[in-house]
Write a protein that binds this ligand. Structure first.
Ligand SMILES: Nc1ncnc2c1ncn2[C@@H]1O[C@H](COP(=O)(O)OP(=O)(O)OP(=O)(O)O)[C@@H](O)[C@H]1O
Length: 335
């Protein structure tokens, strides 16, 4: 499977929702479209699904232009945030729906449905109605229904966001497992950075209708190219060259020559080493105990920094600390 999106644009009543979107999906990748509310994720997914037309640009599936191909004929499986199951149909009927309308024989449907329900850990639930299921179970049914037709691509729009944290984490793991097992290329919309980190082979980070950066979760975390990506993918300290010049000039060693005026060094909080008690010029402002680590706000050379340190380190507000940052832990964001 290869899906290629070129130069896609979409506006609503003159308001730009998507701009110059280029995106290619290959093989059995799990790709997350990640970004804040209103950045255009759902609009992009809906255009790919064929539920919405783009103003400009092309979408090709294995080389074939999809512009004139209606949703049903694209062969994609779609799961939305709200469970959107047919309430008057049993679980088995819901899962088998796509096969039934394609005229597949009932015995084959029954076999396939049983297999899919086992895959999503709902064996034996076939005769229930959606109203008799929990939110997590309903979403499993929706996933099984989307998988029933052997989709060329699975499109998921915040499928876990209506669930409570525990069920959500559980289903996250299962979704990944099923996707790996079946090898179905998947594109999932989420605004949850943790979810994207856990699930995605590749994260496409969007902001204001544009793709800011695309890469593995680790690439986006360790080498964000923009301030937006640095701040959206976890916590960060953005240190400007002006400040570094007087506070820590040695960190300027790796600064790219073409760094723009809005450029800065992104240092992740866990890369800042603190030594309590030493006369290093830092002072603890606030300490939050997070279980396996402590999140610390501190003042150092005229600015505030965020650090994350071992829970075993005894630190209290007002304590003096020395601060160590290595030049190789600075990722230079360009804009
Ligand atoms: N049918 C529509 N008519 C008018 N404007 C729309 C329509 N659909 C989306 N928009 C606008 O387009 C922009 C992108 O919306 P979209 O739903 O794609 O964002 P999103 O990133 O999925 O956000 P969320 O996470 O909140 O769902 C928003 O400014 C939204 O208000």
């Amino acid at each position: 499977m290869s899906l290629e999106i070129r130069n896609l644009h979409k506006s609503f009543a003159g308001q730009v929702a998507l701009e110059r979107i280029d995106l290619a999906l290959d093989g059995a990748e799990f790709v997350c479209l990640l970004g804040p509310s209103g950045c255009g994720k759902t609009t992009l997914l809906r255009i790919i699904a064929g539920l919405l037309a783009a103003d400009r640009g092309s979408i090709r599936l294995n080389g074939r232009d999809l512009a004139a191909v209606p949703t049903r004929e694209r062969g994609f499986g779609i799961v939305f945030q709200s469970y959107s199951l047919f309430p008057h149909m049993t679980v088995a009927q819901n899962v088998g729906y796509g096969l039934a309308i394609r005229g597949v024989a009932p015995a084959r449907i029954a076999e396939r449905v049983a297999g899919l329900l086992a895959t999503v850990k709902l064996a034996g639930f076939g005769e229930r109605y959606p109203g008799q299921l929990s939110g997590g179970q309903q979403q499993r049914v929706a996933i099984a229904r989307a998988l029933a037709v052997d989709p060329a691509l699975l499109l998921l729009d915040e499928p876990l966001s209506a669930l409570d944290a525990r069920v959500r984490a559980e289903l996250r793991g299962e979704l990944r497992e099923v996707q790996r097992k079946l090898g179905i290329p998947t594109l999932m919309v989420t605004h949850d950075q943790d979810e994207a980190m856990v699930l995605a082979d590749r994260v496409v980070c969007m902001n204001r209708g544009r793709i800011e950066q695309s890469g593995t979760p680790q690439e986006l975390y360790e080498q964000p190219r923009t301030r937006f990506v640095a701040e959206f993918m976890g916590h960060s300290n953005l240190l400007t060259p002006d400040w570094l010049q007087h506070a820590a000039p040695s960190l300027l060693a790796g600064m790219p020559a073409d760094l723009g005026p809005a450029g800065a060094a992104c240092v992740r909080p866990e890369r800042i080493a603190l030594t309590p008690g030493a006369a290093g010029g830092g002072r603890i402002v606030e300490v939050a105990f997070m279980g396996n680590f402590k999140r610390v706000r501190l003042e150092w050379r005229g600015r505030e920094l965020l650090a994350e340190v071992s829970s075993a380190l005894a630190l209290r507000p007002g304590d003096p600390v020395s601060v160590d940052i290595a030049a190789q832990d600075c990722a230079w964001v360009m804009a």
